[in-house]
Every structure is written in C-alpha cells, then in structure tokens.
Write a protein that binds this ligand. Sequence first.
Ligand code: MEV
Length: 312
Amino acid sequence: MKSKASAPGKIILFGEHFVVYGVKAIVAAINKRVTVTSSKTNERQILVNSVFGEDSFSIDADIDVKSPLKPIVFLAKKMIDEFGHNGGLVIDVESEIPVGVGLGSSSATCVAAAASISNLFAKFSKEDILNLAIEAERTIFADTSGADCTVCTFGGIIEYQKEREFERIKANPRLNLVIINSHKAHSTNTVVNHVRVFKDKHVKEFEKICKMESELIERVKETLKEDGSISSIGGLMKENQRYLKEIGVSNKELDDIIEDANSVTCGSKITGAGGGGCIISVTEFEDSLSKFSDKSYDYFLAKIDFDGLITF
Ligand code: MEV
C-alpha cells in the first residue's frame, strides 16, 4: 500500500521573527507544493529519495542523521516504533518549492511526510499531523514558532500567534504576488540566532520594535477585513520591511532588490528569515508584472493556496 500526501509552501506576509517572541504574524500558503509518497517494506531500513538524492538509514542503529532529511527519518522511526512495524519504509519526496529560500520547503515536507507516513499506520487528524510535523521540524530548528507548519497544514491566510489557536483570515484579497529569489544562501536557524543576539543586546529597542510590529499587524488585519486596496497592503509591507531592517535581517543585496521592486509594485519585503532567500512584492494589476520582464531577477508569480494539506 502507498500513502501519498501533499502540502503547500508558504510566505510570511507580515511578522516574521517577531512571531518567535509572541507577536502575531500573518502567514499565507502558496500554490507550490511538496508531495510525499511512502510505503512499507520488509527490510529494516528507511530509504528516502529526495532532491538531495537517495539516502538510507538503518532502523536498528542509533539514528543521528546530520542532513536535511533528519525530520523525515525522525517521523519514520517514530511511527515504526509506535506501531511495532517489523520492517522499514520507502519515502519519496517531490518538491515544486525551491529549497532553503524561505518559502517553507522544510515545513511543507514535514507536514506532507507526517501525513503520508502516519497514514500507513492509522488515521490521524489534521491537528495531530500538525503536531507531528512541528515535532519533526524541531529536530533541525529548535526555535520554530510553528507558524510555517500551521499554514502548510491548513492553507489560506492565517493569523498566527505562538501558544494560541491560529485564526483564519477570511479575506481573499486579489493579491498578485511576485516572489523574487535573491539566490543569496541563508539558514533560518542562523538568522533566528542573530535576532536573539540583537534582542539580548538591545532589550528596550527590541521591545519597542515588537510593539510597533504588533500595531502594524492590527492595521493589516483591518485592511484585509475591509478588502483594503493592494496599495495599502504594499505600504504596510514597506513599513514591516523597515522593522526587519532595524533588527538586522536585511542587507545591501536584499535592500537593492526591494528598492528596485518597489519602483514597479505597491510594496515589497523579505519573506521568512531574511539574510538571503526570497522577497515578496504585491501589485495591483496583473499586467504590471510585465514590468518585471526586463529585470535580471529570478522571480515567479504566486497565488494563495486555500487547500492546505491534501491526502490521496
Ligand atoms: C521563518 O519562515 C519564519 C521565522 O519567523 C521563524 C519562525 O517563525 O519559526 C523567521
């Protein structure tokens, strides 16, 4: 028997980093997916095929995986142990989401793998799958706020705050999203650690920026509720980008792309951890996207995904 599941990637529209410290974030799923297919085998090993190639892990050895596959191996081992399976698993991971650029490839993989693997053994609710996915993601990123896995599971646009039930934002703004890949490598873990150092060094300043970010998020929610104009959303993005700059997660390359993208869109900002990765811009009219065609960036257009996790 094969068990297949697919989960969308994500963008953080507003509130990355501050969400780690309890501020609300507005997060959306996008129409790029990771699909995971799993099946049971009789051999005592976990075989994973992914963009990183083919890798196998013995179930009976102590598993200390030092690779991006660690969350998948963790999930496989957890289910095999919990359900007393005598054999192993084969797990295939296919992704439309570029890896390591802040678009949730790791979270979408954790969610799709949690669903695909667990469904081989029992029926789990979406909430259980989300909890499994967050537990798996914590094996490589201990400080995750959980925002990314949550939106990858439930789709749409959500308001997320740590240790609280997430809330769906019912608005469906006609966001024409442009996602620009800076091709500057980054590690979420490293950038999140830099922010922690900044926060510990500049306690009062960080508190002040968190307060401003919280107020900004409330204005974003009002704007979205009122089906506010894309130009208002773009303006709020520019403001969010200023706060991200203040906590040190932007840099010259990203600032230059953002300034240039702002000249042809309503507003742009980093999405995800920053330091590199992707930038999002919003535009009012789809045809203004043609203005991007003479830019040298690697960009693509995205829409909000309202399906979230799908199991087949
Ligand atoms: C990463 O996509 C978003 C961060 O806020 C970290 C997190 O929320 O886990 C930087």
